[in-house]
Ligand binder design. Structure first.
Ligand SMILES: [Zn+2]
Length: 210
């Protein structure tokens, strides 16, 4: 997703909230109190009400955005900025892009997003600058089947994989030259070749509890 696509898809706070609401409903809202799955949507409250025990679950409850006063769109924007460029983005630059006055708030927001990225895969979290890209990897296919399949983007011979890499700028003390160094990668095989898959991936990250 690039910045134009983002602006078209998420022009305002309401579009982000609606997007989050439908994503959570697709995943299934579970009542914290009685584990009930049937809910009614209370539009005026931006919350679901459990059909069995009336317990309310707010839009942000149980997600990385819980306890945050920042608009949902700020979270979406932060996630987008963190993934727009292959080089990643620093806290200071994100603060500038969001036009936010407090560095600590932006630092904490990025920290929570990274921690949520880490929770998608419990083995290790990612630190420092996160780079994000989609890659295409050749599937292992038998030679006789290969010839029947299409080539290139959208090819049945390839898997579309989202790659998130941690990169830290290392400075050589003698030469002062900076080098990009990667410690960990995270990859996820995307189900389709559509662009929306990467949006779905970062939306999924925002749904993770902090
Ligand atoms: Zn309930």
């Amino acid at each position: 997703m690039n910045i134009l696509e983002f602006i078209n898809q998420f022009p305002d706070e309401n579009s982000c909230r609606e997007d989050m609401r439908s994503a959570r409903e697709r995943e299934g809202v579970i009542c914290k109190k009685c584990k009930g799955k049937k809910h009614y949507w209370l539009k005026a409250k931006w919350a679901w009400q459990c059909a069995d025990c009336s317990f309310r679950t707010s839009l942000r409850s149980g997600t990385v955005m819980e306890n945050s006063n920042l608009p949902v769109r700020t979270w979406y924007l932060a996630m987008a900025f963190m993934t727009f460029t292959k080089k990643g983005i620093s806290e200071v630059e994100l603060q500038r892009q969001l036009g936010h006055s407090r560095y600590n708030t932006v630092w904490s927001l990025m920290h929570k997003i990274r921690s949520a990225m880490g929770k998608r895969d419990d083995t290790y979290g990612l630190e420092g600058m996160i780079e994000f890209d989609e890659g295409y990897f050749e599937k292992a296919t038998k030679e006789k089947d290969r010839k029947k399949l299409k080539r290139g983007r959208g090819s049945q011979r390839q898997s579309n994989v989202a790659v998130m890499a941690e990169s830290t700028k290392l400075e050589d003390l003698e030469t002062g030259k900076k080098d990009s160094h990667c410690r960990y990668f995270k990859m996820k095989v995307l189900q389709t070749h559509k662009k929306e898959e990467s949006t779905r991936l970062y939306r999924a990250i925002l749904m993770i509890s902090a």
